[in-house]
Design a protein around this ligand. Structure first.
Ligand code: PXP
Length: 242
């Protein structure tokens, strides 16, 4: 089966730094370590409230990353202007609510579609690969294509938090197959760990996984490089046996 890309989300390296508002640990140094350990790309989410990643981090990541920089952001004028200036390889548009602990749901692609379509058009015109973070819902997949996205990132949170319910994995499989069949690149992420990643990694249409919190958590015990490598090994094993 085709190589599935592993993008490491380094937000929570910045979370630890922000606990003391200091300089370490540096998420850019973490990004480089992840790349050296085999990550195919680095993902960072610059949130409106700047709770973890800061503007300066994004500026530095844009030049330091030698693989692929996937910038997660809300579809706002401020963020679109930043992306147009820094030109990361990929932008994933995500919903953002100030009070949430993490991104809780997929983007509501039926709410204010003109704003999303306009944002995607600006990013596409800047030569940036575009992706929409959506629920594994066939209607949302169709709408993503109509809005002009090149890719969708399927929200694996419901699967990660309810892996005993086979419907959550079925929804990911169905949405992946449908997305690929209409010409979208299919990505997935949220809540994935070395323990639960394999059934998702085995879905043939999924080209890219974005994984963050579990990697930074494991890094506390086994180091960042080994945390990346064990995920990579789990993904490769899942694809070899399916
Ligand atoms: N993909 C998207 C769109 C996200 O918002 C997040 C969390 O920032 C992730 C993937 C990574 O999720 P986790 O940190 O749970 O692995």
């Amino acid at each position: 089966m085709k190589h599935q890309r592993l993008y490491i989300n380094i937000d929570h390296i910045a979370t630890v730094r922000q606990a003391r508002r200091g300089a370490s640990p540096d998420p850019v140094e973490g990004a480089i370590a992840c790349e050296r350990a085999g990550a195919d790309g680095i993902t960072a989410h610059l949130r409106e409230d700047r709770r973890h990643i800061q503007d300066d981090d994004v500026e530095r990541l844009a030049t330091a990353i030698t693989t692929v920089f996937n910038l997660e952001m809300a579809c706002t004028d401020e963020m679109l202007a930043l992306a147009e200036r820094l030109r990361p390889h990929q932008v994933t548009l995500v919903p953002e609510r100030r009070e949430e602990v993490t991104t809780e749901g997929g983007l509501d692609v039926s709410h204010d579609p003109a704003r999303i379509a306009d944002g995607l058009a600006r990013l596409n015109a800047a030569g940036i690969r575009t992706s929409l973070f959506i629920a594994p819902d066939l209607h949302a997949v169709d709408r993503s294509l109509a809005l002009g996205a090149a890719a969708i990132e399927l929200h694996t949170g419901p699967y990660a938090h309810g892996a005993s319910d086979p419907a959550t994995l079925r929804a990911l499989r169905d949405a992946s197959r449908h997305g690929a069949s209409i010409g979208l690149a299919v990505h997935a992420g949220h809540g994935l760990t070395v323990e639960n990643v394999q059934p998702v990694a085995a879905i043939p249409e999924i080209e890219e996984l974005n994984i963050g919190h579990s990697v930074v958590s494991r890094a506390i015990f086994i180091g960042l490089a080994d945390a990346v490598r064990e995920l990579r090994a789990a993904m490769d094993a899942a694809r070899a046996f399916s």
